[in-house]
Design a protein around this ligand. Structure first.
Ligand SMILES: NC(=O)c1ccc[n+]([C@@H]2O[C@H](COP(=O)([O-])OP(=O)(O)OC[C@H]3O[C@@H](n4cnc5c(N)ncnc54)[C@H](OP(=O)(O)O)[C@@H]3O)[C@@H](O)[C@H]2O)c1
Length: 329
């Protein structure tokens, strides 16, 4: 037990600052409150949160679209990074003071990372790669693991493939570009806005176009010309996604993560499927190995204080680049 290392700036020795929803609903805003510091189970780490990611899934959770509702007041935040304060007795390889990043299951009754302290299951927590700052590590696991699974497990990219990334300047998209470059896969980045195109170019996209402009899909035929295989990862849906799908050459493979509002695909000459992400320990261990070796550098475009979580959620719903983080420290 290392409660002495918790700072007196907390609301009390056993309570912490957190941002919590009182009830589900699209109009709801998380409110600051003092909640008990959670107690780690034998296989858990109590982590003093430095930073936490804010993503689209937080909006879905806020809006109460999932079949199972969390317990209220509810602290969200599925990913974060910080320092171990206490390691459960059955954990191995973690010590007080270690810098870690990790995942918390959505709707966990013990709360997520939008708080001063959070519990990580030891199997879903990893040492922060030395080349990354804590706020970068905080936004890595959800979208980074999704991008890695999309490219390596679902699309099974190979050197010299031609990969179209739709939503390339967003969370998943900007990780996908970096992983593709690392695998010597050519990319056409369909990014959002001029700033999105500039980010995609900086991250190594071979060609980058603005998918908010009419006619962006004309670039696809030129890009795919001569490629043995054309693959497409769609991280956003809607009418622009439909135009993209219509422009892909016959034989293309298309994948999108669950959560994307995909239009109906009326083509029988492409292979198309949505996929669910696995955040199980085995899959995540493989992801962490990738994160340690490089090549992923999370682009954190905005950092807001934890108390400004409502504004962070608005920023996720609006135009943004890469990822958005809240800082609890
Ligand atoms: N466990 C899971 O299953 C899981 C985990 C993570 C993510 N997801 C899903 O994966 C999807 C992507 O997540 P994310 O975190 O990457 O979201 P995100 O950061 O919002 O990325 C989506 C991107 O698509 C862009 N976009 C939309 N329309 C476009 C267009 N016409 N042209 C170019 N870009 C366009 C958006 O631009 P703006 O910034 O301008 O809006 C945004 O950058 C979401 O649906 C999410 O729910 C699922």
């Amino acid at each position: 037990m290392h409660l002495a290392t918790r700072t007196p700036a907390e609301a009390g020795p056993e309570t912490m600052r957190a941002m919590a929803f009182a009830r589900p609903g699209a109009g709801e805003r998380p409110m600051p409150c003092a909640l008990p510091i959670p107690t780690p189970g034998p296989n858990q780490l109590l982590v003093r949160v430095h930073a936490a990611g804010v993503g689209r899934w937080d909006l879905l959770e806020r809006d109460g679209v999932f079949a199972r509702l969390p317990r209220f007041p509810h602290v969200g935040g599925s990913e974060g990074a910080g320092v171990v304060v206490e390691a459960g007795r059955e954990t191995r390889g973690f010590r007080e003071g270690d810098r870690v990043y990790g995942l918390v299951a959505q709707r966990d009754p013990k709360g997520g990372c939008h708080a001063r302290f959070a519990l990580f299951d030891a199997g879903l927590a990893w040492p922060v790669p030395p080349r990354l700052a804590l706020d970068q590590a905080a936004v890595l696991p959800v979208d980074g693991a999704l991008a890695a699974q999309a490219l390596h497990a679902v699309l099974q990219v190979r050197e010299d493939d031609a990969l179209v990334v739709f939503g390339a300047s967003g969370g998943v998209g900007h990780f996908a570009l970096q992983l593709a470059r690392n695998a010597a896969v050519r990319t056409l980045a369909i990014a959002s806005g001029g700033d999105g195109v500039r980010l995609a170019e900086r991250l190594g996209a071979d060609v980058a176009v603005d998918g908010r402009r009419p006619g962006f899909e004309r670039e696809i035929a030129r890009f795919a010309d001569g490629a043995k295989r054309t693959l497409a990862l769609l991280t956003a849906g809607g009418e622009a996604a439909a135009r993209l799908v219509a422009a892909l050459p016959a034989g293309s493979r298309i994948a999108w993560p669950h959560g994307v509002a995909m239009p109906t695909i009326a083509r029988d000459d492409v292979v198309a499927a949505g996929f669910g992400v696995r955040y199980e320990p085995d899959a995540m261990r493989a992801f962490h190995a990738l994160a340690e070796r490089g090549p992923l550098v999370p682009h954190v475009s905005r950092r807001l204080a934890l108390e400004r979580l409502p504004q962070a959620l608005e920023a996720v719903a609006a135009h943004h680049l890469g990822r958005i983080a809240v800082l609890a420290a």
